[in-house]
Design a protein around this ligand. Structure first.
Ligand SMILES: Cc1cc2nc3c(=O)[nH]c(=O)nc-3n(C[C@H](O)[C@H](O)[C@H](O)COP(=O)(O)O)c2cc1C
Length: 344
């Protein structure tokens, strides 16, 4: 949702004006990471968002088995470009030998900077194979797996976890230390349990001070919808980075404004309706160029309505984009009507 203009010229204490961090040997210029989202964080989405100040992007998760058994569509998932860098490709798997083969394939075929391991996915299709957040149930298996992948990767390896599997098993501190010991270069924590899925509040306060204790950088994820939430999450946890996921969909200025708030700069005003149309058109044409009209329009039905979330009276437009848009032409018609209305 677009933010309001605010006057904040004071520089927050403890945060550097110009931030050049490192994850392994990869230089990271900024604090905001673009979180992996299956079905959303295509190359087109990452390139579009990069323009607003993303310091490091993550691909959606890629199955090690799909790589090893040469599923054709998988090639789409690891496509990157020079403007997409630095970028992390996220892998999910459960068997270290298959995953190591997948890493070798990625290293041969893909241009990327960091390999990210998914230990947070709560979806049954993934957890039933022993991958994703199932690992949180068995920290020793997670450690052995992470160590094996670090040994097989020539690039820095990062990992994304949750608080724990459920309320009775909140073990992110134990899991984080094991990941550091296994040679992981960045830990991202989504401050929910697996049982919470994506609902309920993200509890960053449980991670108080963790970023200062860990020997590698920490990134914090969950419920980052405003620059103030980002700054507060970083201050509470001592994280070096903040990850934007759902909050950035349809709101690219969130990225710019988080960085501006951390730098003590005045926030950019909320985007106007016509600016939001321009953002939507820019993203849509990139996605159509990447995936072709039919596949892109299918994906856009889930994404474009978010560009008009913060505007009262635009529910009909959002519904049309979600349910009636079936071609580039129909998208152009809907967006032209929005522009017309915006001029009234
Ligand atoms: C539609 C969707 C797809 C996601 N796919 C992935 C994924 O492939 N890998 C991953 O590690 N996290 C995935 N996530 C989790 C996000 O990266 C993020 O950690 C989570 O949404 C919490 O942040 P938020 O509350 O700011 O959205 C996904 C989230 C959503 C909503």
């Amino acid at each position: 949702m677009p933010q309001r203009k605010g006057k904040r010229n004071r520089r927050p204490s403890g945060l550097l004006f110009f931030y050049m961090g490192k994850i392994g040997n990869v230089e990271i210029n900024g604090h905001v990471l673009l979180g992996p989202m299956a079905g959303i964080t295509s190359l087109a989405y990452r390139e579009f968002m990069k323009g607003y100040g993303v310091a490091l992007s993550f691909s959606e998760m890629i199955s090690d088995c799909a790589l090893v058994y040469q599923n054709k569509r998988t090639d789409e998932y690891f496509r990157t470009s020079s403007s997409d860098r630095p970028v992390a490709l996220q892998l999910f798997g459960s068997n270290p030998e298959i995953s190591a083969k997948a890493v070798a394939i990625l290293e041969e075929k893909a241009d990327y900077d960091i390999l990210d391991l998914n230990f947070g996915c709560p979806v049954h299709k993934v957890t039933k194979t022993g991958a994703g957040s199932t690992f949180l149930k068995d920290p020793n298996r997670l450690y052995q797996y992470a160590r094996a992948i670090v040994a097989s990767s020539h690039k820095p390896v990062s990992a994304k976890i949750r608080l724990g599997y459920d309320e009775a098993h909140i073990n992110f501190r134990e899991v984080s230390s094991l990941l550091v010991e296994a040679g992981i270069s960045l830990i991202t924590i989504h401050s929910r349990t697996t049982s919470q899925l994506y609902a309920g509040e993200a509890r960053h306060f449980l991670l108080a001070g963790l970023g200062k204790e860990l020997k590698v950088p920490l990134a914090i994820s969950g419920d980052i919808y405003t620059p103030e939430q980002a700054k507060a999450a970083m201050e509470t946890t001592g994280a070096s980075y903040v990850m934007v996921a759902r909050g950035g969909v349809g709101n690219p200025l969130l990225i710019s404004n988080i960085e501006r708030l951390l730098d003590g700069k005045e926030l950019l005003p909320a985007a106007s309706l016509n600016e939001q149309v321009a953002f939507a058109e820019d993203f849509a044409s990139r996605l159509i160029a990447e995936k072709g009209e039919r596949a892109a329009v299918n994906e856009l039905r889930g994404i474009l309505p978010h560009f008009f979330k913060g505007f009262p009276g635009y529910k009909k437009v959002r519904n049309e984009l979600a349910t009636e848009m079936d071609s580039r032409e129909s998208m152009t018609k809907i967006l032209s009507r929005v522009k017309e209305r915006g001029r009234l």
